[in-house]
Design a protein around this ligand. Structure first.
Ligand SMILES: [Zn+2]
Length: 349
């Protein structure tokens, strides 16, 4: 429910400046194939430049390239200077991301524009982020009114809204504004968790990601200030995850793959179990619950039943006994077509 299919982990920080949108689209083709091979038959992509994710979705749907079924947001809406703007260059190289919007009227127009160019959902950047330069990870960046406008406009158009939100006040305002899924949700406090539960807002928390950023991030080009931000919130996010699970908040499986290598998505299952989910809850977060949270887009997904797409994976052992089996998928079928089948004699025993 949270990938960046056109991103590569080794193009972080300043390295991102020399990557063109066409290059991102080409990387997306390779990343999509890897992710399908890892057993993920549907992805929700939340943020891509130049509508490269829209193009990739259409290419996969037409049979031109191989990958998971994609539901995509296109470029994420954010404030000038915020998490979803471009803050790496000094003013003399002034650059603004295509989806920056300030004030309710600009937000409204941007939602309509992103719908026009083919997105399946809207992503907004409610608070600061770990990987953005110059902002505070907990600081709110869109006002309640801006978020309410984005939600009203998107819902009128039949699109759900995902909000990137680490900070406490931004999470609460996003939920109050009617946002459907809170991405990261790192610093949600007891009130935020209670509000999510009351309003049926969904937490989509990337709790494996922290391990990769802290061990490999510097090599990938992640800025020192971003590594510092990750150190400040990584553990807190996992503690929030545990509290949200205990409180009964609806939780989905979102990894932020793209920040870490595509195809390693399954590594998050074990973290979700380590931090409070039952194995079945973690599996459902990636299947039945995710399909439900997608709304009408998920009608034919998330279960093995008559009338649903035949999206099936197989592993060698029992994933309910050892959830890490889901990191080593041996068989992948998407919509009735087999894309992976390792050593049949071993699999069927
Ligand atoms: Zn992300």
């Amino acid at each position: 429910m949270h990938t960046h299919i056109t991103s590569r982990p080794d193009r972080a920080g300043l390295r991102s400046l020399i990557v063109s949108v066409p290059q991102q689209a080409v990387s997306g083709v390779a990343n999509a194939a890897k992710t399908l091979q890892a057993g993920f038959t549907t992805l929700r992509n939340v943020g891509a430049a130049g509508y490269a994710d829209v193009a990739l979705r259409d290419s996969i749907n037409s049979g031109e390239t191989i990958g998971p079924r994609l539901f995509v947001s296109g470029p994420p809406i954010g404030a000038t200077g915020g998490h979803c703007d471009e803050n790496l260059l000094p003013e003399r190289y002034h650059d603004t991301r295509e989806s920056v919007a300030d004030g309710v009227e600009e937000v409204r127009k941007k939602v309509r524009e992103i719908h026009k160019y083919g997105a399946d959902l809207i992503k907004i950047c409610a608070t600061g982020g770990v990987l953005s330069k110059g902002d505070s990870v907990g600081g709110q960046q869109l006002t309640y009114d801006e978020m309410k406008t984005a939600v009203d406009e998107a819902h009128m158009l039949g699109l759900k809204v995902a909000a990137h939100a680490h900070g406490t006040s931004g999470i609460a305002d996003a939920i109050r504004a009617g946002v459907d899924t809170i991405e990261h949700a790192s610093l949600a406090d007891a009130d935020g968790i209670a509000l999510a539960k009351a309003k049926g807002a969904v937490f989509d928390m990337d709790i494996y990601n922290d391990d990769f950023i802290l061990s490999e991030g510097a090599k990938m080009g992640i800025l020192p200030e971003s590594l510092e931000k990750e150190r400040s919130i990584g553990r807190a996010q996992r503690e929030t995850f545990k509290k949200a699970v205990q409180a009964g908040v609806i939780m989905t499986f979102g990894t932020d793959a793209g920040v870490y290598p595509h195809g390693d998505n399954g590594k998050q299952f074990a973290k979700m179990v380590e931090w409070g989910m039952t194995t079945m809850q973690a599996i459902q977060a990636a299947t039945a619950t995710a399909a439900k949270v997608l709304g009408h887009l998920g009608d034919d997904l998330g279960a093995i039943a008559p009338g649903k797409y035949a999206d099936i994976v197989a592993v060698q052992g029992d994933p309910l006994a050892n959830v890490a089996e889901l990191e080593h998928v041996k068989f992948v079928m998407k919509a009735g077509v087999v894309y992976r089948q390792d050593d049949q004699a071993t699999v069927i025993k």
